[in-house]
Design a binder for this molecule. Structure first.
Ligand code: 5GP
Length: 194
């Protein structure tokens, strides 16, 4: 069991509706030492890739991506969520359905900060159905950049996103993959990873 799986077992809380709450260390209160360990691990898993930018999505991805970026020595760009679409041509936009809030957001990135020369590592806290990732991939593609890889903290392996993203051919590295969880007992099972 790796450091993140151990932490999830210790401090994660299983909620009804297939929601795993990890707000005591990942996405509300943030354990930046843990993020640092995550950055070290991603640096190993994506070694040799010409990554020159990290892309994430507000809000939960920003803290993780910022610490991870120190291990790559590159800037972080975060996609902003916006209720209105900016049509002035200065932004790349994509539609993202929120798993937790069941709403549709437009996510936007300024054309100033992403372009054809960018080799992007996408970072996010969770992967469930993959809507957030699809939006971010779409934005990199619109910019003419290259997705070099995707680093996720917690993948919910029983939802469709992971399979869909791997089938598209991306190197997807999830530090913990939850295979199943039970809100009544609080049990969490992880996929074995080599
Ligand atoms: P997806 O777009 O892959 O369906 O969902 C990814 C987004 O939904 C993540 O950025 C994360 O914020 C949120 N999310 C999905 N599942 C969970 C969960 O079980 N717990 C928490 N805290 N957030 C989740």
């Amino acid at each position: 069991m790796n450091f993140l799986e151990e932490r999830i077992l210790r401090d994660g809380v299983v909620k009804e509706g297939n929601v795993l709450k990890v707000d005591s260390f990942l996405n509300h209160q943030m354990d930046v030492k843990l993020f640092d360990q995550m950055g070290e691990e991603y640096a190993k898993r994506f070694a040799g890739k010409p990554i020159n930018k990290i892309l994430t999505i507000e809000a939960s991805g920003i803290g993780i991506a910022s610490v991870v970026a120190l291990h790559f020595g590159v800037p972080v760009v975060f996609a902003k969520k916006s209720k209105s679409i900016n049509l002035d041509g200065e932004m790349y936009t994509a539609e993202v359905e929120s798993f937790t809030h069941k709403t549709i957001n437009h996510v936007i990135v300024s054309k100033k900060f992403l372009g054809p020369d960018d080799h992007v590592l996408i970072i996010d806290d969770f992967l469930a159905n993959g809507c957030a990732l699809q939006g971010l991939i779409q934005i990199v593609q619109a910019a003419g950049g290259t997705v070099e890889g995707i680093g996720i903290a917690i993948e919910k392996g029983f939802q469709a996103g992971g399979r869909m993203i791997r089938n598209l051919g991306y190197q997807l590295e999830s530090l913990a993959i939850v295979e199943g969880m039970d809100a009544s007992t609080g049990e969490i099972h992880f996929r074995e990873q080599s």
